[in-house]
Design a protein around this ligand. Structure first.
Ligand code: BGC
Length: 448
Protein backbone atom coordinates (compact mmCIF):
# COMPACT_ATOMS: atom_id res chain seq x y z
CA UNK A 1 0.00 0.00 0.00
CA UNK A 2 2.76 2.37 1.11
CA UNK A 3 4.79 1.49 -2.01
CA UNK A 4 1.84 1.92 -4.36
CA UNK A 5 1.21 5.43 -3.01
CA UNK A 6 4.84 6.43 -3.61
CA UNK A 7 4.77 5.28 -7.18
CA UNK A 8 1.52 7.00 -7.93
CA UNK A 9 2.41 10.34 -6.32
CA UNK A 10 6.15 10.73 -6.15
CA UNK A 11 5.98 14.43 -5.21
CA UNK A 12 4.17 14.03 -1.90
CA UNK A 13 4.30 11.88 1.14
CA UNK A 14 0.82 10.58 0.54
CA UNK A 15 -2.08 10.79 -1.84
CA UNK A 16 -4.14 12.56 0.78
CA UNK A 17 -1.61 15.39 1.00
CA UNK A 18 -1.59 15.72 -2.77
CA UNK A 19 -5.36 15.97 -2.81
CA UNK A 20 -5.13 18.68 -0.15
CA UNK A 21 -2.56 20.62 -2.14
CA UNK A 22 -4.61 20.44 -5.28
CA UNK A 23 -7.55 21.89 -3.37
CA UNK A 24 -5.51 25.05 -2.54
CA UNK A 25 -6.00 27.03 -5.76
CA UNK A 26 -2.51 28.64 -6.18
CA UNK A 27 -0.39 25.71 -5.10
CA UNK A 28 -2.65 23.42 -7.07
CA UNK A 29 -2.01 25.35 -10.28
CA UNK A 30 1.73 25.25 -9.67
CA UNK A 31 1.75 21.53 -9.12
CA UNK A 32 -0.35 20.97 -12.23
CA UNK A 33 2.09 23.03 -14.31
CA UNK A 34 4.93 21.00 -12.87
CA UNK A 35 3.20 17.75 -13.74
CA UNK A 36 2.54 18.97 -17.28
CA UNK A 37 6.21 19.96 -17.69
CA UNK A 38 7.35 16.57 -16.41
CA UNK A 39 4.96 14.95 -18.86
CA UNK A 40 6.20 17.07 -21.79
CA UNK A 41 9.84 16.37 -21.09
CA UNK A 42 9.07 12.66 -20.78
CA UNK A 43 7.42 12.81 -24.23
CA UNK A 44 10.17 14.83 -25.94
CA UNK A 45 12.57 12.65 -27.85
CA UNK A 46 16.21 13.43 -27.39
CA UNK A 47 19.25 12.84 -29.58
CA UNK A 48 22.80 12.97 -28.38
CA UNK A 49 24.99 14.73 -30.93
CA UNK A 50 28.74 14.13 -30.83
CA UNK A 51 30.70 17.00 -32.40
CA UNK A 52 33.84 19.10 -31.97
CA UNK A 53 32.50 22.64 -32.27
CA UNK A 54 33.56 24.68 -29.29
CA UNK A 55 34.57 28.13 -30.55
CA UNK A 56 32.17 31.06 -30.21
CA UNK A 57 30.94 30.82 -33.81
CA UNK A 58 30.78 27.01 -33.72
CA UNK A 59 28.69 27.22 -30.55
CA UNK A 60 26.38 29.70 -32.23
CA UNK A 61 25.97 27.24 -35.08
CA UNK A 62 25.17 24.49 -32.57
CA UNK A 63 22.54 26.80 -31.03
CA UNK A 64 20.92 27.28 -34.45
CA UNK A 65 20.60 23.52 -34.81
CA UNK A 66 19.48 22.77 -31.27
CA UNK A 67 16.90 25.57 -31.28
CA UNK A 68 15.46 24.28 -34.51
CA UNK A 69 15.27 20.80 -32.99
CA UNK A 70 13.53 22.19 -29.92
CA UNK A 71 10.80 23.63 -32.16
CA UNK A 72 10.09 20.05 -33.20
CA UNK A 73 10.12 18.95 -29.58
CA UNK A 74 13.44 17.13 -29.98
CA UNK A 75 16.02 17.66 -27.29
CA UNK A 76 19.70 18.16 -28.34
CA UNK A 77 21.89 16.32 -25.83
CA UNK A 78 25.29 17.84 -26.28
CA UNK A 79 28.23 15.51 -26.90
CA UNK A 80 30.99 18.07 -27.36
CA UNK A 81 34.53 16.71 -27.68
CA UNK A 82 36.55 19.89 -28.23
CA UNK A 83 39.25 19.32 -30.83
CA UNK A 84 40.21 21.55 -33.74
CA UNK A 85 39.49 19.72 -37.01
CA UNK A 86 37.92 16.86 -35.05
CA UNK A 87 40.92 14.70 -34.23
CA UNK A 88 39.80 13.94 -30.66
CA UNK A 89 36.11 13.74 -31.55
CA UNK A 90 36.74 11.00 -34.09
CA UNK A 91 38.75 8.96 -31.60
CA UNK A 92 36.03 9.30 -28.94
CA UNK A 93 33.36 8.36 -31.46
CA UNK A 94 35.23 5.23 -32.47
CA UNK A 95 35.77 4.10 -28.89
CA UNK A 96 32.15 4.77 -27.95
CA UNK A 97 30.93 2.70 -30.87
CA UNK A 98 33.29 -0.13 -29.92
CA UNK A 99 32.01 0.05 -26.34
CA UNK A 100 28.41 -0.23 -27.53
CA UNK A 101 27.64 3.30 -26.37
CA UNK A 102 27.24 5.16 -29.67
CA UNK A 103 25.54 8.59 -29.74
CA UNK A 104 22.50 8.90 -31.99
CA UNK A 105 24.10 11.56 -34.18
CA UNK A 106 27.73 12.37 -34.95
CA UNK A 107 29.74 14.83 -36.97
CA UNK A 108 31.56 12.60 -39.42
CA UNK A 109 33.09 14.10 -42.52
CA UNK A 110 34.23 13.08 -45.98
CA UNK A 111 35.85 9.75 -46.66
CA UNK A 112 34.87 8.47 -43.21
CA UNK A 113 31.20 8.48 -44.21
CA UNK A 114 31.51 5.62 -46.66
CA UNK A 115 34.02 3.77 -44.45
CA UNK A 116 31.52 3.76 -41.59
CA UNK A 117 28.60 2.97 -43.89
CA UNK A 118 30.49 -0.07 -45.17
CA UNK A 119 30.66 -1.33 -41.60
CA UNK A 120 26.88 -1.06 -41.32
CA UNK A 121 27.11 1.59 -38.60
CA UNK A 122 25.06 4.32 -40.27
CA UNK A 123 21.33 4.66 -40.66
CA UNK A 124 20.18 4.53 -44.28
CA UNK A 125 17.64 7.28 -44.83
CA UNK A 126 16.46 6.69 -48.37
CA UNK A 127 12.84 7.54 -47.63
CA UNK A 128 13.98 10.95 -46.36
CA UNK A 129 15.93 11.55 -49.55
CA UNK A 130 12.99 10.60 -51.74
CA UNK A 131 10.33 12.50 -49.78
CA UNK A 132 12.53 15.58 -49.43
CA UNK A 133 13.77 15.46 -53.08
CA UNK A 134 17.37 15.68 -51.90
CA UNK A 135 18.83 14.75 -55.26
CA UNK A 136 17.16 17.76 -56.87
CA UNK A 137 17.88 20.17 -54.02
CA UNK A 138 21.50 19.44 -53.17
CA UNK A 139 24.54 20.49 -55.17
CA UNK A 140 25.52 17.38 -57.17
CA UNK A 141 28.87 16.81 -55.47
CA UNK A 142 27.28 17.15 -52.03
CA UNK A 143 24.55 14.71 -53.04
CA UNK A 144 27.17 12.21 -54.11
CA UNK A 145 29.15 12.70 -50.88
CA UNK A 146 26.22 11.87 -48.58
CA UNK A 147 25.47 8.58 -50.31
CA UNK A 148 27.15 5.23 -50.00
CA UNK A 149 26.35 2.44 -52.47
CA UNK A 150 23.25 4.35 -53.52
CA UNK A 151 21.89 4.89 -49.99
CA UNK A 152 21.58 8.19 -48.18
CA UNK A 153 23.76 7.90 -45.05
CA UNK A 154 24.57 11.49 -44.02
CA UNK A 155 22.98 14.91 -43.82
CA UNK A 156 25.03 17.87 -45.08
CA UNK A 157 25.37 21.15 -43.21
CA UNK A 158 27.71 23.42 -45.14
CA UNK A 159 30.70 23.70 -47.47
CA UNK A 160 33.91 25.27 -46.14
CA UNK A 161 36.74 26.65 -48.26
CA UNK A 162 40.25 26.05 -46.90
CA UNK A 163 42.19 28.10 -49.45
CA UNK A 164 41.10 31.37 -47.90
CA UNK A 165 43.38 34.26 -46.98
CA UNK A 166 42.02 36.70 -44.42
CA UNK A 167 43.53 40.13 -43.94
CA UNK A 168 43.13 42.87 -41.38
CA UNK A 169 41.49 45.80 -43.20
CA UNK A 170 42.79 48.48 -40.87
CA UNK A 171 46.41 47.41 -41.35
CA UNK A 172 45.99 47.02 -45.09
CA UNK A 173 44.49 50.47 -45.53
CA UNK A 174 47.03 52.09 -43.18
CA UNK A 175 49.90 50.77 -45.33
CA UNK A 176 48.01 51.18 -48.57
CA UNK A 177 48.08 47.49 -49.42
CA UNK A 178 45.73 45.42 -51.51
CA UNK A 179 45.04 41.70 -51.24
CA UNK A 180 47.83 39.64 -52.89
CA UNK A 181 47.00 37.55 -55.96
CA UNK A 182 50.43 36.00 -56.41
CA UNK A 183 53.15 34.78 -54.05
CA UNK A 184 55.41 37.58 -55.31
CA UNK A 185 52.82 40.13 -54.28
CA UNK A 186 52.41 38.33 -50.98
CA UNK A 187 56.15 38.57 -50.31
CA UNK A 188 56.26 42.27 -51.17
CA UNK A 189 53.44 42.93 -48.75
CA UNK A 190 54.99 40.73 -46.08
CA UNK A 191 58.35 42.54 -46.33
CA UNK A 192 56.71 45.93 -46.09
CA UNK A 193 54.76 44.84 -43.03
CA UNK A 194 57.84 43.41 -41.37
CA UNK A 195 59.68 46.70 -41.87
CA UNK A 196 56.80 48.39 -40.09
CA UNK A 197 57.11 45.92 -37.20
CA UNK A 198 53.93 43.98 -38.01
CA UNK A 199 53.76 40.19 -38.10
CA UNK A 200 52.66 39.41 -41.67
CA UNK A 201 51.10 35.97 -41.16
CA UNK A 202 49.34 34.52 -38.11
CA UNK A 203 50.15 30.82 -37.94
CA UNK A 204 50.06 28.09 -35.34
CA UNK A 205 52.46 25.13 -35.28
CA UNK A 206 49.63 22.71 -34.55
CA UNK A 207 50.10 19.90 -37.12
CA UNK A 208 46.64 20.08 -38.72
CA UNK A 209 46.84 23.88 -39.01
CA UNK A 210 50.26 23.70 -40.67
CA UNK A 211 49.05 21.02 -43.04
CA UNK A 212 45.96 23.08 -43.89
CA UNK A 213 48.35 25.82 -45.01
CA UNK A 214 50.48 23.29 -46.90
CA UNK A 215 47.60 21.80 -48.89
CA UNK A 216 46.74 25.25 -50.22
CA UNK A 217 50.40 25.84 -51.11
CA UNK A 218 50.64 22.52 -52.94
CA UNK A 219 47.59 23.47 -54.95
CA UNK A 220 49.08 26.87 -55.79
CA UNK A 221 52.27 25.21 -57.04
CA UNK A 222 50.49 22.60 -59.14
CA UNK A 223 46.98 21.79 -60.34
CA UNK A 224 43.87 19.84 -59.40
CA UNK A 225 45.18 16.80 -61.29
CA UNK A 226 48.54 16.86 -59.52
CA UNK A 227 46.98 17.47 -56.10
CA UNK A 228 44.83 14.37 -56.64
CA UNK A 229 47.83 12.31 -57.72
CA UNK A 230 49.50 13.16 -54.42
CA UNK A 231 46.72 13.35 -51.87
CA UNK A 232 43.90 11.25 -53.31
CA UNK A 233 45.70 8.50 -55.20
CA UNK A 234 48.95 8.81 -53.22
CA UNK A 235 51.10 7.98 -56.20
CA UNK A 236 54.66 7.76 -54.87
CA UNK A 237 56.05 9.62 -57.92
CA UNK A 238 54.00 12.71 -57.02
CA UNK A 239 55.91 13.12 -53.77
CA UNK A 240 59.27 13.08 -55.63
CA UNK A 241 58.01 15.60 -58.19
CA UNK A 242 59.46 19.10 -58.63
CA UNK A 243 56.06 20.61 -57.88
CA UNK A 244 56.01 18.92 -54.50
CA UNK A 245 59.53 20.17 -53.81
CA UNK A 246 58.50 23.71 -54.73
CA UNK A 247 55.58 23.56 -52.31
CA UNK A 248 57.85 22.48 -49.45
CA UNK A 249 60.23 25.30 -50.31
CA UNK A 250 57.37 27.79 -50.28
CA UNK A 251 56.27 26.55 -46.85
CA UNK A 252 59.78 27.18 -45.54
CA UNK A 253 59.85 30.63 -47.12
CA UNK A 254 56.58 31.57 -45.47
CA UNK A 255 58.04 30.63 -42.08
CA UNK A 256 60.06 33.88 -42.26
CA UNK A 257 56.83 35.85 -42.09
CA UNK A 258 55.42 34.20 -39.00
CA UNK A 259 56.17 34.62 -35.32
CA UNK A 260 55.82 31.16 -33.88
CA UNK A 261 55.24 30.49 -30.23
CA UNK A 262 56.65 27.52 -28.38
CA UNK A 263 53.12 26.40 -27.55
CA UNK A 264 50.69 25.19 -30.19
CA UNK A 265 47.98 27.82 -30.46
CA UNK A 266 44.36 27.10 -31.35
CA UNK A 267 42.98 28.47 -34.59
CA UNK A 268 40.72 30.76 -32.53
CA UNK A 269 43.77 32.33 -30.86
CA UNK A 270 45.35 32.91 -34.26
CA UNK A 271 42.15 34.50 -35.57
CA UNK A 272 42.09 36.75 -32.49
CA UNK A 273 45.71 37.77 -33.17
CA UNK A 274 44.74 38.92 -36.64
CA UNK A 275 41.54 40.57 -35.46
CA UNK A 276 43.46 42.55 -32.83
CA UNK A 277 46.01 43.73 -35.39
CA UNK A 278 48.85 41.65 -33.92
CA UNK A 279 49.20 39.97 -37.31
CA UNK A 280 48.07 41.19 -40.71
CA UNK A 281 47.00 37.99 -42.51
CA UNK A 282 45.89 34.45 -41.83
CA UNK A 283 45.44 31.44 -44.13
CA UNK A 284 42.80 29.00 -42.91
CA UNK A 285 39.41 27.51 -43.65
CA UNK A 286 36.53 29.97 -43.65
CA UNK A 287 35.32 28.84 -40.22
CA UNK A 288 37.65 31.75 -39.33
CA UNK A 289 35.16 34.08 -41.01
CA UNK A 290 32.42 32.85 -38.68
CA UNK A 291 34.73 33.42 -35.74
CA UNK A 292 35.76 36.93 -36.83
CA UNK A 293 32.08 37.80 -37.25
CA UNK A 294 31.37 36.39 -33.78
CA UNK A 295 34.13 38.68 -32.42
CA UNK A 296 32.19 41.60 -33.85
CA UNK A 297 34.23 42.17 -37.02
CA UNK A 298 32.13 42.77 -40.10
CA UNK A 299 33.17 41.14 -43.39
CA UNK A 300 34.74 43.70 -45.78
CA UNK A 301 34.98 46.27 -42.98
CA UNK A 302 36.97 44.69 -40.14
CA UNK A 303 38.61 42.11 -42.37
CA UNK A 304 38.75 41.09 -45.98
CA UNK A 305 38.96 37.68 -47.53
CA UNK A 306 40.39 36.40 -50.78
CA UNK A 307 41.75 33.16 -52.22
CA UNK A 308 45.24 32.03 -51.19
CA UNK A 309 47.67 33.39 -53.84
CA UNK A 310 47.58 31.48 -57.12
CA UNK A 311 44.62 29.31 -56.11
CA UNK A 312 41.81 31.67 -57.12
CA UNK A 313 40.41 29.28 -59.72
CA UNK A 314 40.00 26.47 -57.22
CA UNK A 315 37.75 25.69 -54.31
CA UNK A 316 39.69 23.59 -51.83
CA UNK A 317 36.72 22.33 -49.87
CA UNK A 318 35.43 20.31 -46.99
CA UNK A 319 31.82 19.60 -46.20
CA UNK A 320 30.47 19.30 -42.66
CA UNK A 321 28.05 16.40 -42.35
CA UNK A 322 26.10 14.68 -39.60
CA UNK A 323 25.47 10.96 -39.64
CA UNK A 324 22.75 9.10 -37.76
CA UNK A 325 24.09 6.03 -36.03
CA UNK A 326 22.08 2.87 -36.69
CA UNK A 327 20.96 1.66 -33.30
CA UNK A 328 17.83 -0.24 -32.28
CA UNK A 329 15.47 1.64 -34.62
CA UNK A 330 13.47 3.13 -31.71
CA UNK A 331 14.76 6.61 -32.57
CA UNK A 332 14.78 6.20 -36.34
CA UNK A 333 11.82 8.52 -36.89
CA UNK A 334 13.41 11.25 -34.75
CA UNK A 335 16.79 10.85 -36.44
CA UNK A 336 15.15 11.08 -39.86
CA UNK A 337 13.15 14.13 -38.86
CA UNK A 338 16.36 15.81 -37.74
CA UNK A 339 18.13 14.94 -41.00
CA UNK A 340 15.30 16.43 -43.03
CA UNK A 341 15.37 19.68 -41.02
CA UNK A 342 19.01 20.24 -41.85
CA UNK A 343 18.50 20.95 -45.51
CA UNK A 344 15.61 23.39 -45.21
CA UNK A 345 16.50 26.69 -46.95
CA UNK A 346 15.88 28.74 -43.79
CA UNK A 347 18.08 26.58 -41.60
CA UNK A 348 20.80 26.40 -44.26
CA UNK A 349 20.88 30.21 -44.49
CA UNK A 350 20.92 30.79 -40.74
CA UNK A 351 23.40 28.04 -39.90
CA UNK A 352 25.92 28.82 -42.64
CA UNK A 353 25.85 32.52 -41.91
CA UNK A 354 27.16 31.98 -38.40
CA UNK A 355 29.41 29.04 -39.27
CA UNK A 356 31.30 30.76 -42.11
CA UNK A 357 30.52 27.97 -44.57
CA UNK A 358 28.10 28.09 -47.52
CA UNK A 359 24.84 26.39 -48.34
CA UNK A 360 24.76 22.84 -49.71
CA UNK A 361 21.68 23.73 -51.77
CA UNK A 362 21.50 24.41 -55.51
CA UNK A 363 19.45 27.57 -55.12
CA UNK A 364 20.35 29.45 -51.95
CA UNK A 365 19.48 33.10 -51.51
CA UNK A 366 22.77 34.71 -52.58
CA UNK A 367 21.60 38.16 -51.56
CA UNK A 368 21.76 37.12 -47.89
CA UNK A 369 25.44 36.11 -48.14
CA UNK A 370 28.44 38.35 -47.60
CA UNK A 371 30.97 38.79 -50.42
CA UNK A 372 33.22 36.02 -49.09
CA UNK A 373 30.46 33.43 -48.97
CA UNK A 374 28.97 34.50 -52.27
CA UNK A 375 32.33 34.03 -54.00
CA UNK A 376 32.81 30.68 -52.31
CA UNK A 377 29.35 29.34 -53.21
CA UNK A 378 29.52 30.60 -56.79
CA UNK A 379 32.86 28.93 -57.37
CA UNK A 380 31.97 25.67 -55.64
CA UNK A 381 28.72 25.37 -57.57
CA UNK A 382 30.71 25.26 -60.84
CA UNK A 383 31.39 21.62 -60.07
CA UNK A 384 34.15 19.07 -60.17
CA UNK A 385 36.58 20.95 -62.42
CA UNK A 386 37.19 23.52 -59.67
CA UNK A 387 36.56 21.42 -56.56
CA UNK A 388 39.67 20.19 -54.76
CA UNK A 389 39.14 17.85 -51.78
CA UNK A 390 40.89 18.90 -48.58
CA UNK A 391 43.42 16.36 -47.33
CA UNK A 392 43.47 17.61 -43.76
CA UNK A 393 39.71 17.89 -43.45
CA UNK A 394 39.10 14.32 -44.62
CA UNK A 395 37.82 14.78 -48.14
CA UNK A 396 40.75 13.21 -50.01
CA UNK A 397 41.89 10.06 -48.27
CA UNK A 398 41.62 7.75 -45.27
CA UNK A 399 42.70 8.70 -41.73
CA UNK A 400 45.93 6.68 -41.65
CA UNK A 401 47.28 8.20 -44.86
CA UNK A 402 46.17 11.68 -43.88
CA UNK A 403 47.78 11.50 -40.44
CA UNK A 404 51.03 10.09 -41.83
CA UNK A 405 51.30 12.90 -44.39
CA UNK A 406 50.43 15.59 -41.81
CA UNK A 407 53.13 14.25 -39.46
CA UNK A 408 55.81 14.55 -42.17
CA UNK A 409 54.76 18.08 -43.14
CA UNK A 410 54.89 19.05 -39.48
CA UNK A 411 58.32 17.49 -39.01
CA UNK A 412 59.66 19.32 -42.07
CA UNK A 413 58.27 22.64 -40.87
CA UNK A 414 59.54 22.36 -37.32
CA UNK A 415 63.04 21.07 -38.11
CA UNK A 416 65.01 23.42 -40.35
CA UNK A 417 67.72 20.75 -40.73
CA UNK A 418 65.27 18.43 -42.46
CA UNK A 419 65.93 18.77 -46.18
CA UNK A 420 63.31 18.97 -48.89
CA UNK A 421 64.76 15.84 -50.50
CA UNK A 422 64.60 13.85 -47.27
CA UNK A 423 60.96 14.84 -46.69
CA UNK A 424 60.12 13.84 -50.25
CA UNK A 425 61.80 10.46 -49.74
CA UNK A 426 59.94 9.88 -46.48
CA UNK A 427 56.58 10.79 -48.03
CA UNK A 428 57.32 8.71 -51.13
CA UNK A 429 58.06 5.69 -48.92
CA UNK A 430 54.84 6.22 -46.97
CA UNK A 431 52.88 6.44 -50.23
CA UNK A 432 54.51 3.27 -51.53
CA UNK A 433 53.59 1.44 -48.36
CA UNK A 434 50.09 2.85 -48.09
CA UNK A 435 49.16 2.10 -51.65
CA UNK A 436 49.75 -1.58 -50.88
CA UNK A 437 47.53 -1.56 -47.80
CA UNK A 438 43.78 -1.53 -47.43
CA UNK A 439 43.92 2.01 -46.06
CA UNK A 440 45.52 3.20 -49.25
CA UNK A 441 42.97 1.56 -51.49
CA UNK A 442 39.87 2.59 -49.58
CA UNK A 443 40.25 6.27 -50.21
CA UNK A 444 37.31 7.87 -51.89
CA UNK A 445 36.52 11.32 -53.01
CA UNK A 446 33.42 12.68 -54.55
CA UNK A 447 35.01 13.76 -57.80
CA UNK A 448 36.78 10.62 -58.83
C1 BGC B 1 35.36 21.52 -39.71
C2 BGC B 1 34.79 22.83 -39.26
C3 BGC B 1 35.44 23.28 -37.96
C4 BGC B 1 36.95 23.28 -38.12
C5 BGC B 1 37.69 23.72 -36.86
C6 BGC B 1 36.88 21.56 -39.73
O1 BGC B 1 37.40 20.28 -40.00
O2 BGC B 1 34.89 21.18 -40.98
O3 BGC B 1 33.41 22.74 -39.08
O4 BGC B 1 34.96 24.55 -37.61
O5 BGC B 1 37.38 21.97 -38.46
O6 BGC B 1 37.47 22.86 -35.81
Amino acid sequence: MQTAKKILLPYTESGTEMAAILRQPQRGVLVLILLILVHISACAESLQVLHWWRSASEQKAVAVLSNRMAQENILWRDGLVPSGSGIGANIVLKSRVLAGNAPEVAQLNGVLISEWADLGLLLEMDSVAVAGKWEKLLLPSVWSLVQSHGHLVAAPLGVHRTNTLFFNKKIFSKYDLSAPNTWDEFEQIAKKLQQAGIVPLAQSTEPWQLATLFETILLSESSLAFYQEAFVRKEPAAFYDQRFARALKRLRTLKKYMVLSAQERTWMEMARQMADGNAAMMIMGDWVKGELNAMGLVTDIGFGCTAVPETGNYHLYNVDTLVMLAKDNSLRATQEKFAQMLISPALQAEYNQVKGSVSVLRNPDLSKMDSCSRASWKLFSRGSSVQVPSLVHRMATDEISKDAIIAEIHRFFMDDQMTIGETQRRLGAIARYLSKTKAGNDAQDINR
